[in-house]
Design a binder for this molecule. Structure first.
Ligand SMILES: NC(=O)c1ccc[n+]([C@@H]2O[C@H](COP(=O)([O-])OP(=O)(O)OC[C@H]3O[C@@H](n4cnc5c(N)ncnc54)[C@H](O)[C@@H]3O)[C@@H](O)[C@H]2O)c1
Ligand SMILES: [Zn+2]
Ligand SMILES: [Zn+2]
Length: 368
């Protein structure tokens, strides 16, 4: 079928919204008409060249839509189902999947994480070339073909704006708290970066019953938003010594039980480690350039028994966790529509990426 898709032909260049050809879904695949797609920093990184990637490619990995066609042997979704896209469809049988760590699935590492469908099929074409689907998802397009496990069915009465950001920012942020940190009620937490992922760490911490939630950002709008999502305090980002001092003052001189670094730069990692109390943990979700290295002052790290935990895609089981997040929304405990601070049409996708780079809001969402 003919669709419009935002193709990245060369890193560092704007996306080109153009006609493309989408094949029918193969065995174990589904065709989804996209209704809303969030724009994540993980789209911006490959677009601007922070992460080396093979082009041409269609970006977009956080979206929701309606199943229009299913390939042979598909059992879990039907045409007409509303779905949230999942960029790490799990095989269910590899060692990490059997351990309940589906976000670390061995198959996803070799397929979706390398911008391929699990089947290996090329379903998207433009200018007579195969175009890779970013994270096996490629939802900056009118329709996508994804693996069956990449389309998680959700109730039909939830608006698409609310569903748009569930499949990355919300799952990553809330899961960092519940699955990676296993943060107990009453904890004192710091969240560095109050953007798409960070605001969801804030609301995850609120849902987990944290006593103090200190949000840190460079810009005023994310800090103001963080209060609406449950932050008890907000701090302007500055150097690591100043921030750690302010956090200690807010936490009876101790430091935070958990610090979430949703930015992931060498500087924010240093700040995160400095803000954690003795025996505290840093959960790192932010990803800056592919070649970044942080440093750790090893002596205090050992003597104060700090912990550093990497967390990808909410560190849990997306197929289980996405429907649970929808239930939390339906119970009024999880804010989703409030995450949408700007909306665009697909042909304005480059404006959405520019606004994201400026970082002054929650999430930009492309709507069809
Ligand atoms: N681990 C995962 O599975 C996963 C999932 C999604 C995104 N990510 C990564 O997480 C990062 C954040 O993504 P996002 O979509 O939330 O981005 P975003 O642009 O929505 O939010 C980033 C926020 O950090 C703030 N910020 C930037 N530098 C800062 C600093 N030095 N100190 C304090 N605040 C600072 C910005 O003002 C902005 O509010 C990106 O690197 C992205 O690639 C990781
Ligand atoms: Zn697996
Ligand atoms: Zn993302």
């Amino acid at each position: 079928m003919h669709i419009h898709a935002a193709v990245l032909w060369e890193q560092g260049q704007p996306l080109s919204v153009e006609s493309a050809e989408l094949d029918a879904p193969g065995p174990g695949e589904v065709l989804v008409e996209i209704k809303a797609a969030g724009v994540c920093q993980s789209d911006l990184h490959p677009a601007r060249g922070d992460w080396p990637i093979r082009t041409p490619l269609v970006l977009g990995h956080e979206g929701a839509g309606i199943v229009r066609e299913v390939g042979p042997s598909v059992a879990t979704v039907r045409p007409g189902d509303h779905v949230v896209l999942c960029w790490a469809p799990a095989c269910g049988v590899c060692p990490p999947c059997r351990e309940g760590r589906a976000a670390l699935c061995d198959r996803a590492e070799k397929t979706n994480f390398r911008n391929r469908l699990p089947s290996g099929g090329a379903r998207l074409h433009a200018r007579d070339r195969d175009v890779a689907p970013f994270l096996g998802t490629a939802c900056f397009a009118d329709s996508v073909v994804v693996a069956e496990g990449g389309a998680i069915p959700v109730p039909r009465d939830v608006p698409f704006d609310a569903l748009a950001t569930l499949g990355c920012a919300v799952l990553t942020g809330v899961g960092a708290v519940t699955n990676a940190g296993r943060v107990p009620p009453g904890s004192r937490v710091v969240v560095i970066g109050a953007g798409g992922v960070g605001l969801n760490v804030v609301q995850g911490a609120r849902i987990a019953g944290c006593e103090q939630i200190i949000a840190i950002d460079r810009r005023p709008t994310p800090l103001a938003l963080s209060q609406a999502f449950g932050a008890t305090h907000s701090l302007q980002a500055s150097d690591e010594v100043e921030v750690a001092k302010a956090v200690r003052e807010l936490t009876a001189g101790r430091g935070a039980d958990f610090v979430f670094d949703t930015v992931g730069s060498p500087a924010t990692l240093a700040t995160a480690l400095a803000c954690a109390r003795k025996g505290g943990a840093v959960v790192l979700t932010g990803l800056s350039r592919a070649d970044s290295h942080g440093t750790i002052a090893m002596f205090p790290f050992v003597m104060q028994e700090k912990r550093l935990i990497g967390s990808v895609y909410g560190s849990g089981q997306p197929a289980r966790d996405i429907p649970r997040l929808v239930s939390l929304y339906q119970e009024g405990r999880l804010k989703l529509s409030e995450l949408v601070s700007r909306t665009y049409t697909l042909d304005k996708v480059n404006d959405a990426l520019t606004a994201l780079a400026a970082g002054d809001g929650a999430r930009g969402v492309i709507r069809w």
